[in-house]
Write a protein that binds this ligand. Structure first.
Ligand code: PEP
Ligand code: MG
Length: 325
């Protein structure tokens, strides 16, 4: 199987009926970048900047961040890297950071909530990213955004930093693409106004699923209770695809479900054309895509709409099995 995946390395992820899907890797450490080349991914769809922050004993300063982000971009060898700003708190604990005794840290003071309350942290990080990307493209996205106002505030800090770097005579990024992670259900109900303001949207399906179903992503007692291939989740994702297509905003998904071949198949069936996953999933997902006739799956999904099942997984598994996917 490994050899079969390796043989696909330089082949595109294209369905039998010619639809191309961009496959990207999730990364957090410099070593993850080695896998990018190994598996032949299109880029880094999610670089979790909190990972290097977690591996240190204190918050890195601007210069340390610049050199880190530069190394990552160099390692990516010209392929795009999407940097997510600090997503600390929740399940991502910084050793030098008190969790303030929160009872529900996943729903607590985390991610953009922290960095908007401590803007110097976000400004330093954005400065580091802008400087690291001088002359190159900067792709930056904000995690756990719950309302458009939070994005507007973060975007303002980004613009201030760009202005500051420009005044200081630093080389600016050749282009700045700004995105948001869709992880909090409230944002789904404000998508139209968000989509006017952003360059790309990335679904963080781990958190979105957790909050959509009110099911703790780290609790093994309930982790099998609900399924990502269930009507509520799929209806939510379909609505997001439709809105992004209408607004002409690039959409991706960077949660774990994108790396599970059957789930990824359904995502492509719903209209996702860009997925980001752990490097080890690229081979299996690419193999699935190359054996899929997308129009058949789309028709099949239409026939399943509105059925009141707990999960579509069994019928989708059968669909895939019948077609040697
Ligand atoms: C997600 O929530 O799906 C996601 C990609 O972010 P993380 O897993 O880092 O919370
Ligand atoms: Mg998340």
């Amino acid at each position: 199987q490994r050899a079969a995946y390796a043989a696909l390395r330089d082949k595109p992820a294209v369905t039998k009926d010619g639809v191309v899907v961009s496959l990207n890797v999730n990364a957090g450490l410099l070593v993850d970048l080695e896998h990018l080349k190994e598996v032949g991914a299109d880029g880094v769809g999610l670089y979790r900047t909190e990972i290097p922050f977690m591996a240190r004993s204190d918050i890195p300063g601007v210069e340390a961040q610049v050199s880190l982000y530069q190394k990552i971009m160099d390692e990516a060898g010209g392929k795009p890297v999407v940097f997510r700003t600090l997503d600390a708190g929740g399940d991502k604990v910084l050793p030098y950071w008190d969790n303030h005794g929160e009872e529900n840290p996943a729903m607590g003071w985390r991610a953009i909530r922290v960095t908007l309350d401590r803007p110097y942290l976000l400004r330093q990080q954005l400065r580091g990213l802008i400087r690291a990307c001088g002359g190159r493209e900067l792709n930056v996205m904000f995690p756990m955004v719950a309302e458009v106002a939070e994005f507007v505030q973060a975007r303002r800090l980004l613009d201030m930093e760009i202005e500051r770097e420009s005044i200081k005579g630093h080389r600016l990024p050749s282009r700045v693409n700004v995105g948001v992670m869709l992880e909090v259900p409230s944002l789904m109900f404000q998508l139209d106004s968000l989509l006017e303001k952003i360059d790309f949207l990335s679904v963080g399906s781990n958190d979105l699923f957790q909050f959509l179903y009110a099911v703790d992503r780290g609790n093994p007692r309930i982790s099998g209770r609900y399924d990502t291939l269930s009507p509520p989740m799929l209806n939510a994702l379909k609505a997001v695809v439709d809105k992004c297509n209408k607004a002409g905003v690039t959409l991706s998904l960077c949660g774990e479900m994108g790396g599970r071949p059957l789930d990824a198949m359904v995502l492509v069936g719903l209209g996702f054309r860009k997925l980001s996953m752990s490097a080890s999933s690229i081979g299996p997902v690419k193999m699935m895509i190359r054996s899929l006739t997308l129009s058949e799956l789309e028709n099949f999904l239409h026939t399943q709409a509105g059925k009141s099942r707990h999960s579509l997984r069994p019928v989708l598994r059968q669909f895939a099995k019948d077609r040697d996917i």
